[in-house]
Design a protein around this ligand. Structure first.
Ligand code: HEM
Length: 521
């Protein structure tokens, strides 16, 4: 008898839970928004947790299946997610109605998880204030200051490859993704902290170990990312800490020690840390002439000083946002140049011509003059955008622009960047690598908001100029000394690790670098 009662109770609880979940999962059908059928417990993103597809892959699939629809709806567990497909609606979300869509919807926990309180994650007033303070760190003038440091790391790369070639008959067979990840780690540690991480020459360096750990495509990192991006409520309820202790300790100690050393010894350097120190001590950045803020404060808060924790969080995002995006873009550009020797030759000729005009000197202005290189890098960012989607949060309950779909405050919004970049409607023959897509004429013939590698609107990547300059400098300096050739192991097509967020090839990305003297001989 007791057995029957327990069974009946369990069946009742099961049925109640089923009914509850099934009701929540009618969110989109009630609003007449099409989308794939969700599973009861995992929604539409369970295959990400199983390691079969990345979050970006799932967003691509939703776009491919529903690209005729202006919007589509999915669920992360029971959390509704709106995918915006129509470029006009995208424009409203990112720019025209930005004030209603400017949240990230990401988990931030200032006290328990201080590294989460950085510019990328923040929403609301805190984001607005911080963005106003940090944006002047990345003006062209500041990037020009950082250029020499960046160039120094690329010179070390040239010397490193030269030495390898010299020891091997003028050729070096390299995993270009790993090599660029090490160089980017060197660049970001120099321009962010003024520290030479020596990751290129010493792969076991502390910086490289940490940078690998941050982006490793493991099950833990994959779950962490999913919770961070879409399941903030669960993380807050169960008081999760999403930053690995070792990483938090590394950055906190690094910043505290470097700041103390510089302050005690009166050291000033042209790097990001210096600018963050100014924001910590004064609350604004000096301009060329003296002490005035570079941009007028909007209210009393904008001139408020950064706390030490806020400073560490910003250094952390500069580090992770800076090294993986640029190393992915540089290595995939080199991969495409290997596969497309005509395009490679054209870039090389341009690099030669421009450097001749600049007395052989690689400078900020010389790189900025390389217009074909700019098209090439733009095409890499189209084919392989480091961030496969943009995310926003609805800040007030309202209708989605240009639709009758009403959504509640807090609803997460996805802009499927990579899928838009591969839509044949906007990019004929989308799998072909063709830099001419970025000629002035072709750019003018495309609708706006179908090319978004850096995002768009007031939340656009704050360091877009720096990222582009780094990729172009690296490619130009390598091509000036070496030709890229396929090796026996160069893949026909790159396959990416499904647990990785930024495109990370499943296998080593092998190619051969040949010194130009060897070619001439
Ligand atoms: C090729 C290089 C890079 C690419 C493709 C890239 C791409 C992006 C994208 C797509 C976003 C989101 C924009 C949006 O939501 O509309 C973003 C935001 C951001 N990026 Fe980058 N990025 C690159 C390099 C960098 C570098 C070098 C840094 C720092 C040193 C950086 C720091 C940031 C920060 C702090 C944000 C958050 C901005 C905000 O929410 O206000 N990025 N980036």
């Amino acid at each position: 008898m007791i057995g029957w009662t327990i069974a009946a109770l369990l069946a009742g609880v099961g049925f109640a839970l089923y009914s509850y979940l099934a009701k929540i999962l009618t969110y989109w059908t009630k609003r007449k928004v099409p989308g794939p059928k969700p599973s009861l417990l995992t929604g539409n993103f369970g295959i990400n947790l199983m390691g079969q597809k990345s979050i970006g892959d799932i967003c691509d699939q939703v776009y491919n299946d529903y690209h005729e629809e202006p919007v589509a709806g999915t669920f992360v567990m029971t959390q509704p997610l709106l995918h915006v497909h129509d470029p006009e609606i995208i424009k409203h979300v990112l720019i025209k109605d930005f004030k209603d869509f400017f949240g990230r919807g990401i988990y931030v926990e200032t006290e328990r998880d201080p590294l989460t309180a950085h510019l990328f994650n923040l929403s609301g007033k805190r984001w607005k204030e911080l963005r106003a303070k940090i944006a002047p760190t990345f003006t062209s003038r500041k990037i020009k200051y950082m250029f020499d440091t960046m160039k120094e790391c690329c010179t070390q790369l040239q010397d490193f490859v030269e030495a390898k070639c010299a020891a091997n008959g003028g050729k070096y067979n390299a995993d270009i993704r790993e090599m660029q990840a090490r160089v980017s780690t060197d660049v970001i540690s120099s321009v962010a902290f003024g520290i030479q991480s020596n990751s290129l020459k010493t792969p076991e360096s502390e910086f490289r170990r940490i940078s690998t750990k941050v982006v490793e495509p493991t099950v833990c990192n994959s779950v962490r990312l999913m919770v961070l991006f879409f399941l903030r409520e669960i993380a807050q309820k169960f008081k999760f800490s999403l930053t690995v202790n070792e990483i938090e300790t590394f950055f906190t100690k690094l910043v505290a020690e470097t700041v103390a050393y510089r302050e005690e010894n009166g050291i000033e350097r042209a790097d990001m840390l210096q600018m963050l120190m100014e924001l910590k001590n004064k609350g604004f950045l000096k301009n060329k002439k003296g002490e005035e803020p570079e941009q007028a404060p909007e209210d009393g808060q904008v001139n408020g000083k950064l706390t030490m924790n806020e400073m560490v969080a910003q250094v952390y995002i500069f580090f992770i946002a800076g090294f993986d995006t640029t190393s992915a873009t540089t290595s995939l550009t080199m991969y495409e140049l290997t596969k497309n020797p005509d395009i490679q030759e054209k870039v090389y000729q341009e690099v030669q011509d421009v450097l001749k005009r600049h007395n052989g000197e690689v400078s900020y202005d010389a790189i900025a003059e390389m217009s074909y290189l700019d098209k090439v890098v733009s095409e890499t960012l189209r084919m392989y955008p480091p961030l496969p989607f943009l995310n926003r949060e609805v800040m007030v309950s309202r209708e989605i622009p240009l639709t009758k779909v009403h959504v509640e405050k807090g609803t997460r919004v996805i802009i499927p960047v990579r899928a838009l970049h591969h839509d044949a409607k906007y990019w004929p023959n989308p799998e072909k690598y063709d830099p001419e897509r970025f000629s002035e004429e072709n750019k003018a013939s495309r609708p706006s908001h179908v090319y978004l590698p850096f995002g768009e609107g007031p939340r656009v990547c704050v360091a877009q100029r720096l990222g582009l300059m780094q990729v172009k400098t690296s490619v130009a300096m390598l091509l000036s000394r070496f030709r890229l050739e396929p090796s026996a192991d160069t893949p026909e097509q790159v396959e990416f690790a499904p647990r990785s967020f930024v495109p990370l090839p499943k296998k080593d990305l092998m190619m051969t670098l040949v010194t130009r003297q060897t070619i001439a001989a």
